[in-house]
Design a protein around this ligand. Structure first.
Ligand code: GRF
Length: 203
């Protein structure tokens, strides 16, 4: 199973996925990093472990369909089976969705459908909720919508700070995402079905 990870920033989730694959906890090959910010630290991380990178500047293309067509070509030439969004700060458009329907996963640092969009941990902190968490879901055309695959909760205690909650959420992300990708791959293999099909039809 070949994966492409999409990131826009520090790439700590990308790193967690790479580490899990290297340690045999994730039975997949990380074939490509796609990054819409050529200066992002995620690019450096990929170069450090010799993972091919497709980095691009969206502004250099006329529209989303144009750069997504190029991305699809890159994914197809790397024979990518599954697309893993890990801090990719853009909505996925029709071109990519059509090419990888039911085969695009995203991680979000809240218990969706609560706190979609940017700064989900900050949103939860401001709302003074007692529990937040992490969600992995299949991607559709919406912002942090799509069928939920896994979730894990984090309790927010009186003694917590925004920093300590952020740290706890990130620690869960780095374990939950590789584990969920592995279970997702195994489930598809067992059922011999098309990747992602089951989640799409069961909701
Ligand atoms: C993570 O919190 C992820 O859930 C969100 O963006 C952040 C990316 O962090 N979608 P990193 O680049 O993986 O360190």
């Amino acid at each position: 199973m070949k994966l492409a990870v999409f990131a826009s920033g520090s790439g700590s989730n990308f790193q967690a996925i790479v580490d899990a694959a290297q340690e045999g906890r994730l039975n997949a090959e990380i074939s490509l990093l796609v990054c819409d910010k050529p200066d992002a630290y995620a690019v450096q991380r990929a170069e450090d472990v010799d993972i091919p990178v497709f980095a691009f500047k969206p502004k250099e293309y006329p529209d989303k369909a144009a750069f997504e067509s190029v991305i699809v070509k890159e994914l197809e030439s790397a024979e990518v089976d599954l697309v893993i969004l890990a801090g990719y700060m853009r909505l996925i458009g029709k071109t990519l969705l059509a090419a990888y329907e039911g085969r695009i996963l995203n991680i979000h640092p809240s218990l969706l459908p609560a706190f979609p969009g940017k700064d989900a941990i900050g949103q939860a902190w401001e709302a003074a909720v007692k529990v937040t968490g992490v969600t992995v879901h299949l991607v559709d055309e919406g912002m942090d919508t799509g069928p939920i695959i896994s979730q894990e909760a984090v309790a927010i205690k009186q003694t917590d700070s925004l920093q300590s909650v952020t740290k706890a959420v990130q620690a869960i992300e780095h374990r939950l995402y590789p584990d969920t990708i592995q279970s997702f791959i195994e489930k598809q293999r067992l059922e011999g079905s098309q990747v992602g099909n089951d989640y799409q039809t069961s909701v």
